[in-house]
Design a binder for this molecule. Sequence first.
Ligand code: 13P
Ligand code: SF4
Length: 352
Amino acid sequence: MPNSEQYETIERLRERFDADLKIVGHHYQADEVIAHCDLRGDSLELARRCAVADSRYIVFCGVYFMAESAALLAGPDVRVFLPEPSAECSMALMSPSRLVRRVMELLTREGRKVIPLAYVNSTLEVKATVGAMGGAVCTSANARIMLEWALDKADAVLFLPDKNLGHNTGDLLGIPLEDRHEVRLRREAEELDVEAADKARLLLWPGFCSIHTRFHTRQIQRVRSEHPGVKVVVHPECFPEVVRAADAAGSTSFIIRYVGDAPAGSTLAIGTEINLVERLAAEHAGRLTILPLVESACTHMAQTTEESLCSALESLAEAEQTGDVSPYQVSIGMEQKAPAREALERMLDICR
Ligand code: 13P
Ligand code: SF4
């Protein structure tokens, strides 16, 4: 791999761009891509670092909403590129902004104060809608702090789009089940039970991650019986019963720290995207035994390859010479920019 044709070209272009270029990558990216990254992190870390980046170009190896957040937060002279512009997160597409506005209209029709809290895995339009309504963004690393913040300001919070992260965060805050309500969206939310919603403080959008909902409690039972003493750590996009059955749950960076802190000789089973699990297993080989709870790959993350990274960099080099706009550049609609940025900045201000 390090000798592939693309490997050489990428490294040559990195050298040429030098301090003008930062290649950043999410932990779920494949090793062949991670090998070229100046920086890797979870959604929160990458958003924070891109907000203060001083390079002219950021090439973001991840999915669309992540590159979009980087473009929203980056300074006016920084341009952001996504090597695979069609790499969408399927969960982010589960809450169209039109429907979010309709649901908010129904929930607030009698003057109830409801704040929308959008998981960062959401579209630009949703972030803009949420920002304009006084809401904010959260990530899996700060969902608890952000939900507390929102509950403090309102009668209820609409958490979207991931209902599992919403329930898991509700569990952390001790919000009883009878204080939660999953909104129904069928027929343009016509079937939303407004009366039941009015009684709840935590309102949950019915979205989910199809990669993390492949983990089940039966897999935890099996690994515990086959490997007595095993520690199980999962991502909070997993079903609540999976999180409850695990020893720990947290963002991708939390999982990395958890593994790093595990005593030598221990066995861990991890419930998250397979690229990260396999990387951790390789990094800790000989010290720890690391097993996937089940192999679950994010096909959206996998769209970015060494080849697409190479093409994006070549296009960037060409655009620099011709003055054209590269098709890999992420552009942000003027109308959505200010409110979406506000929603993200609220999060960064609260979670310094
Ligand atoms: P993290 O913010 O924990 O890295 O998670 C992002 C994600 O998409 C998980 O599926
Ligand atoms: Fe989206 Fe799930 Fe992939 Fe994360 S793992 S990018 S939430 S589809």
